[in-house]
Ligand binder design. Sequence first.
Ligand code: ATP
Length: 332
Amino acid sequence: MAAIEFVNVTQAFEKNVIIKDLNLKIEDGKFTVLVGPSGCGKTTLLRMIAGLDRQTAGSVLIGGEDVTDIAPGQRGVAMVFQNYALYPTMTVRENIEFGLKNNKVSKEERNRLVESISETVGLSPYLNRKPSALSGGQRQRVALARAMVKKPSVFLMDEPLSNLDAKLRAQMRIELIELHKKLGTTFVYVTHDQVEAMSMADTIVLMNQGRIQQEAAPEDIYRQPNNLFAAQFIGVPPMNVGDLGMDGVKFGFRPEGAVLTAERTDSHFGVRGRIVTREMLGSETIYQVKTKQHAFMIKCTEDQFTVDQEVFLGVDASKIFFFGQDEHRIAQ
Ligand code: ATP
């Protein structure tokens, strides 16, 4: 069992309180993604699980055991860093083996493990190369393989894909999902990229300023965001939000939740607007539409309007969200 639990955890660096009284359960065997803007405390949580930092107050449990006084190497966790932290003078094989040598594993067993893991992550042809002779994606795989040989019960990953180009990132996302399925181990993955969170997570833990904003399956956060922050952080482009002009209540709707027409139609109450920008992305086009009081981003599957054209914007009532003065969602 490798569920992870934070119980009333506070983390402060000198007088700076980063995490305050946080409670969180990360399920055993699930792919959990901690996501939120830069500086919200994601890495701080990961480092406490790894044992790289000790919390100021509260407990961190792994598999039901309080690990506060257990050294990082004894926690059964392996961490993959953003910069991979490979040893430049060692070959791929030596880099992967490194973790094992320290655990006094026999040469035969080391070879067997390195070879089977290299096979899993597609590194077999590169075992004798140095990291400098590898592509970014291959280096990323070495970092993963090095974590895997330790057979950890928890994988911790801190923005492991951020140094890769967009195409490779998309490919590695799929590989990580498959790796997780194959290993069945607890994955805790930190990113500020909501696309990574949406595409890989079983559970998203959405954070802002050291606090958990929402903890749910990706589709649940998307469909039922707890508050304005969750509504605008998850989804691209972000949810459109406007003022209702009464008691601080705001309304919101997703860019794909609106219909644009050239004429006013009977089926939708159409607000008059004008196309300000047009961004053709292939299968969809994103228009910025200016109405009398607002500017909205609208996603359409057809590229049918031009800049400066007058349009009518309709939103089905079932697709409108409402947020109260405290920014919590009050109704949909
Ligand atoms: P990013 O996406 O930019 O990596 P993050 O959400 O992972 O951000 P953290 O690295 O957890 O954020 O940092 C949260 C806050 O804690 C930041 O304001 C940071 O400056 C501060 N912080 C982190 N580690 C320390 C430290 N050792 N000493 C002082 N302040 C720290």
